[in-house]
Design a binder for this molecule. Structure first.
Ligand SMILES: Nc1ncnc2c1ncn2[C@@H]1O[C@H](COP(=O)(O)OP(=O)(O)OP(=O)(O)O)[C@@H](O)[C@H]1O
Length: 349
């Protein structure tokens, strides 16, 4: 089935992302259902007609289960952060819903629903008030949510910093007195304080040195295991996604191009865009040569088109070496190709 990019989205009848929780055997804790987000473009002086819109996110659906890490990868501007903000209730979808346990989480969420999904944004140094101690920063979310008295707040703050590998001594410090790696762990501690079931991490390692990245990756894997957290990691660092993710989605111009097990999507994808994206980054393990590294990897031509006027049909068609007439006319739905779901008319040709 195909539809024009701005047509109304019908309610789904079947699970959208049947593989979520396959590895853990658990039902999804968070579902993105046909999410769209358009931003108005300021009107040029004197221009008439309907205002233009940035199509930041266009019909994105996926599930994530407890104990599962889903990576969302793609080039700058493809809509990853906008998806993250909608998952956390910080941006209202133009259409579509975010659901948990079969319930829609309103864009303006109750305190309990805010706690359920915690977003950690990049740049940990900017995440703390530089005039307040780390202790204050960690007591604050508990105070805001009315969760604990002072002694209990202190107990929970201490327990949580220890969980991320830091100690009581770090609570007394000011943000400037923590290293980049310690701050990265401290933002995670602050998110964990309110006992979320889902962590959404937007570029969690982007500003860190290689050795610190490894520490944060290991910490996230441990937190996932110990707490049974569902984690959505937004990253443009494919190597980080490979180390973390059970499942992965590749986004292009607001849409999911490919979704499936990370072992497939991040090593041997089938969608021509995903193959081009992976082929453009160095393979850390030279012994590993999946299809993404093969000589027949399709090479994209041209630049990423504007999200204000995305191309009709498959948004990748102007750059895709496999494109034919159908690609210019029909939006490809995600469909099962091998072990993954890919939105391409020709990926299995
Ligand atoms: N508040 C906004 N107003 C207008 N356009 C926006 C707004 N926020 C995002 N956009 C646009 O929406 C598109 C998706 O942006 P988004 O930040 O979600 O992408 P991204 O994949 O996270 O990029 P990056 O990796 O660079 O952070 C871009 O074209 C961006 O310019």
């Amino acid at each position: 089935m195909t539809r024009p990019a701005d047509a109304a989205v019908p309610a789904p009848a079947a699970p959208l992302d049947a593989d979520a929780g396959e590895a853990t055997g658990q039902a999804p804790i968070l579902t993105a259902r046909h999410l769209r987000r358009y931003f108005p473009v300021p009107r040029t002086l004197g221009k008439r007609g309907p205002a233009a819109q940035v199509h930041a996110v266009e019909d994105v659906s996926f599930d994530v289960a407890p104990g599962e890490i889903l990576a969302i990868v793609g080039e700058s501007g493809c809509g990853k952060s906008t998806v993250a903000r909608m998952l956390a209730g910080l941006s209202e979808p133009t259409a579509g819903t975010v659901e948990s346990d079969g319930r829609t989480l309103a864009a303006h969420r109750s305190a309990a629903d805010q706690r359920l999904v915690q977003l950690v944004t990049q740049n940990p140094r900017a995440a703390f008030n530089r005039r307040r101690s780390i202790r204050h920063a960690l007591h604050q979310p508990l105070r805001v949510h009315g969760l604990a008295d002072k002694d209990e707040r202190e107990r929970r703050a201490l327990e949580t910093v220890q969980r991320v590998g830091l100690s009581a001594e770090h609570l007394d410090r000011m943000p400037r007195d923590l290293s980049g790696g310690e701050l990265a762990r401290m933002v995670l501690a602050r998110a964990l304080l309110v006992e979320p079931r889902v962590l959404v991490l937007d570029e969690p390692t982007a500003s860190l040195d290689a050795s610190v990245k490894a520490t944060v990756v290991n910490l996230l894997l441990r937190l996932r295991d110990e707490l049974g957290l569902a984690i959505v990691v937004i990253t443009h660092e494919i190597d980080i996604a490979r180390r973390l993710a059970d499942r992965a989605a590749v986004m292009y111009l607001g849409r999911i191009a490919e979704l499936g097990p990370a072992s497939e999507v991040l090593h041997g994808p089938v969608h021509p865009y995903a193959r081009m994206l992976l082929a453009s980054i160095p393979e850390p393990d030279p012994a590993r040569t999946g299809p993404a590294r093969a000589a027949d990897t399709p090479t994209a031509v041209g630049e990423v088109p504007s999200a204000v006027a995305p191309p009709p049909g498959c948004a990748y068609h102007p750059r895709c070496p496999l494109a034919t007439a159908v690609c210019t006319a029909e939006v490809p739905e995600l469909r099962r190709i091998g072990a993954v779901d890919a939105a391409c008319h020709h990926a299995d040709a």
